[in-house]
Design a protein around this ligand. Structure first.
Ligand SMILES: [Zn+2]
Length: 402
């Protein structure tokens, strides 16, 4: 027996033109939207706003967080008798670092669309927008609100989603469309960035024994951090992947003939829901105390890199109980894909952690594209997965809001 909702989905998909989503994504890729273009996310958002309007969605708000940097919130209001769903995705990408394909001339080849943002995450945005347009163009009356939020700045400090949190956006469920290769992710690690400032004693380069060389001390600390990472990777006590630590930047010194008296390490620490911000700072304090006791005289200080990370902290997404959204995504995946439909974890960090922790909205991460293709030199998205994502988002919309 086929249910009424299944019948409706079949009808909607009969009229759906897959080519519309492919050309939408190509147009989005053609508009760069990263921190090094003067218009930042602005032109991308303008394009999305026009596209939605042309396709019958008129309840649209642009909210400028900074100059040239608006969030776009589009809504198909329900009649307030059903559950509401928030579809969230970021409109920024990273710059076209080390790309081996043209970043903004999307090529469709061998079943893939190539270009910056195809995976992270204009593909998912195009799929969300397409699903929403299908609802609008078929005049489907919803019981609960369907809300699309295209947010700025996720690749930096998540200021777009932070604004939604401050505005206390209302939704019963949320999907954040980061690329998960169409796997349902209900948890991920937190992320903390801190600096280790090492102070020593400068001296003339011809008498290095009279100084305390902070580059040497930084190297000793970095070597201990590497060992710590191996230890962390052995841990299997978490339902997300093991924690990690990485030294990403080391800076210090002026000239070869001077003993450097200050060196800074910049560290990325990914922590599991079983850990905490407090425990990871205690951990680095212990490590520094040990190295400093072997090499006395150096002063080390750990400083959170507040201006580079989310002002609400990049806290972990800590998992979800079975609910209408998990049921719907699992059923939708079973219907439209042969992917494993179990709940798993996302490797990176996502804005879902903010909605889940700060507004208590049950939130999942789910989108098309291989996570390892994010930020890659040959970023490319399988078209079949893009179209599957449209069908799954549509199915979830009907399950939750109709
Ligand atoms: Zn992303």
């Amino acid at each position: 027996m086929i249910s009424d909702k299944e019948k409706l989905i079949n009808q909607l998909l009969d009229n759906y033109c897959e080519e519309s989503t492919i050309s939408l994504l190509k147009e989005m890729i053609k508009i760069p939207s990263h921190k090094n273009v003067e218009w930042q996310e602005d032109k991308q958002v303008e394009f999305i706003g026009n596209y939605l309007t042309e396709h019958g969605i008129t309840n649209i708000e642009l909210e400028y967080i900074e100059e040239n940097r608006p969030n776009i919130i589009a809504k198909i209001p329900g009649n307030k008798t059903g559950s509401s769903l928030l579809l969230n995705g970021h409109t920024d990408t990273i710059p076209p670092y080390n790309m081996v394909i043209p970043p903004y001339s999307p090529e469709v080849k061998d079943g893939y669309i190539k270009g910056r943002g195809s995976v992270d995450m204009k593909g998912s945005l195009a799929a969300m927008i397409s699903a929403m347009v299908i609802i609008a163009e078929n005049d489907i009356e919803l019981k609960g609100d369907l809300i699309f939020a295209g947010v700025i700045d996720q690749e930096q400090q998540s200021l777009g989603s932070v604004k939604l949190i401050e505005d206390k956006i209302e939704a019963d469920y949320a999907i954040v469309g980061e690329p998960t290769d169409l796997r349902i992710c209900h948890a991920h690690k937190g992320m903390e960035w801190y600096k280790i400032v090492i102070k020593g004693q400068s001296a003339h380069g011809s008498t290095p024994e009279k100084g305390q060389n902070t580059i040497y001390h930084g190297a000793r600390i970095a070597a201990e951090i590497e060992k710590l990472n191996f230890k962390l990777m052995d841990r299997e006590d978490s339902f997300v992947s093991p924690p990690t630590i990485n030294v990403g930047v080391i800076s210090g010194g002026d000239d070869p003939n001077i003993v450097p008296n200050i060196t800074i390490l910049e560290v990325d620490r990914r922590y599991t829901p079983e850990e905490s911000r407090q425990s990871i700072y205690e951990e680095i304090d212990r490590l520094l105390a040990k190295v400093n006791s072997t090499y006395p005289g150096y002063i080390t200080e750990v400083i959170t890199m507040e201006d580079r990370v989310c002002p609400l902290k990049n806290i972990p997404l800590t998992g979800i109980n079975k609910n209408k959204l998990t049921d719907s995504l699992q059923n939708s995946l079973r219907r439209f894909s042969d992917r494993d439909n179990g709940l798993t974890y996302f490797r990176g960090w996502s804005d879902a952690a903010l909605f889940a922790n700060k507004l208590k909205i049950p939130s999942l991460v789910f989108g098309p594209g291989l996570p390892e293709k994010c930020h890659s030199g040959d970023e490319s998205l399988k078209i079949e997965d893009l179209i599957t994502a449209v069908k799954i988002y549509l199915n979830v919309i009907v399950d939750i809001c109709y």
